[in-house]
Design a protein around this ligand. Structure first.
Ligand code: NAD
Length: 357
């Protein structure tokens, strides 16, 4: 794009509903330029090409890499196609790769993607998750700087809303950030029986307990309590992420109830793209300087692993399951829309919508 410094040449792999959000963001930042798009659907490919002013258009990642090797590849196909795209981009010499969520169906596929990138020194970023939200990151920094005192408890509410992998990775990624720990052991109870017996996470409601690596036991509620997110608390402060900037409660009123205080979060640039911006900016910084990602491929893998462990625990009569899982052949597939996309699930995006009209 003329006039841009374009430090990062970007390819979008899969340019459906979410891919177009990535494309909007990457075409707005002053230091990024979209150089190519791979999109499987012919009409949508033409529509998004015109919409974002891109002429280097390809049906798939192989065709794209045959012509262009970008610095950055944003993989936003349905989950089934992430692995092929990540490996192809890594082998072609792309410096940074992101996928979205959930990372995979099979745990071994998640391992392959994380390992291929690690071995080659490629940054593997984790996409559009609430963990990346600037306010979530800011409250985490405050917690870890000791501003609220040591965290002594945690809970997860309405885990995944009936999608413990597809949506539940949001909860796990926020929990591990705010608690400053990973999930070390899972014990779970699951309903309904048909969902527990299937190979997907669709409709499965899990209640249970995550034992964290810092010794905290985290209660896990499958339904709303009425909250829907993650709470962590210290002696006198409760931080509540409930899908948005975390609320902070500090001290108690005359009746012993918690009092909400003003969080005073700093404003964030390019807030029109929400937490996608924080995720992408940390990704670009990591490619430039090796700095830490706000959400990584490893975080996505850990979320899949926790979801698999919960399902296995519930299936086996609530056996405690330790993480990392020994059996890397285990799997948990997301619902059809996430796995195969809207076209295969009977929810295709119209050409008008893809064209931004
Ligand atoms: N982080 C979030 O909040 C969030 C929200 C929605 C979706 N997602 C995830 O994003 C992914 C995509 O979801 P979506 O809503 O954009 O789906 P979508 O069906 O709207 O778009 C997927 C696009 O990828 C294209 N595609 C499929 N296979 C391809 C291939 N091999 N090569 C190139 N293009 C290919 C399809 O033609 C389609 O245009 C899914 O994994 C989903 O779980 C994440």
């Amino acid at each position: 794009m003329a006039g841009k410094s374009a430090r990062h040449r970007v390819a979008i792999i899969g340019c459906g509903r979410l891919g177009q959000k990535y494309a909007q963001a990457y075409s707005t930042y002053p230091d990024t330029e979209i150089v190519a798009i791979a999109e499987y659907n012919d009409e949508r490919r033409q529509a998004v090409g015109e919409r974002f002013g891109i002429t280097a258009l390809y049906p798939d990642v192989q065709a794209l890499l045959g012509d262009v090797v970008p610095d950055i590849a944003a993989v936003v196909t349905p989950t089934k196609f992430y692995k092929e795209a990540v490996i192809a981009c890594a082998e072609a010499g792309v410096k940074g790769i992101s996928t979205d969520k959930p990372i995979a169906g099979k745990l071994s596929d998640a391992d392959t993607m994380v390992e291929v990138c690690r071995e080659r020194g490629i940054v593997y970023a984790g996409g559009n998750l609430q963990r990346a939200m600037s306010e979530v990151q800011e409250v985490a920094r405050r917690i870890h700087a000791g501003q609220y005192g040591p965290i002594i408890g945690a809970s997860v509410h309405r885990w995944g809303s009936g999608e413990i992998s597809g949506g539940g990775c949001q909860h796990v990624a926020v929990l591990t950030l705010l608690a400053g720990a990973e999930v070390a052991e899972v014990i779970a109870w699951g309903t309904p029986a048909e969902a527990l017996a299937s190979d997907t996470d669709e409709g499965l409601i899990i209640n249970g307990r995550f034992h964290l690596s810092n010794g905290i036991d985290c209660a896990v509620f499958g339904m709303g309590t009425p909250y829907r997110g993650v709470d962590v608390w210290s002696e006198d402060t409760l931080i509540r992420w409930d899908w948005g900037p975390p609320e902070i409660y500090q001290g108690y009123d005359a009746h012993g109830a918690r009092q909400r205080i003003e969080a005073h979060y700093a404003p964030y640039r390019w807030s029109e793209f929400g937490y996608l911006t924080t995720s992408i900016r940390s990704f670009l910084a990591a490619v430039e300087t090796g700095s830490e990602l706000v959400i990584s491929g490893h975080d996505l893998r850990q979320a899949l692993e926790v979801a698999i462990a919960a399902k296995v625990s519930a299936q086996r009569g609530s056996v405690p399951i330790k993480l990392p899982l020994e059996d890397r052949s285990l799997s948990l597939y997301p619902r059809r829309y996430r796995w195969l996309g809207g076209d295969e699930d009977g929810l295709p995006q119209s050409v008008e919508e893809a064209a931004g009209r």
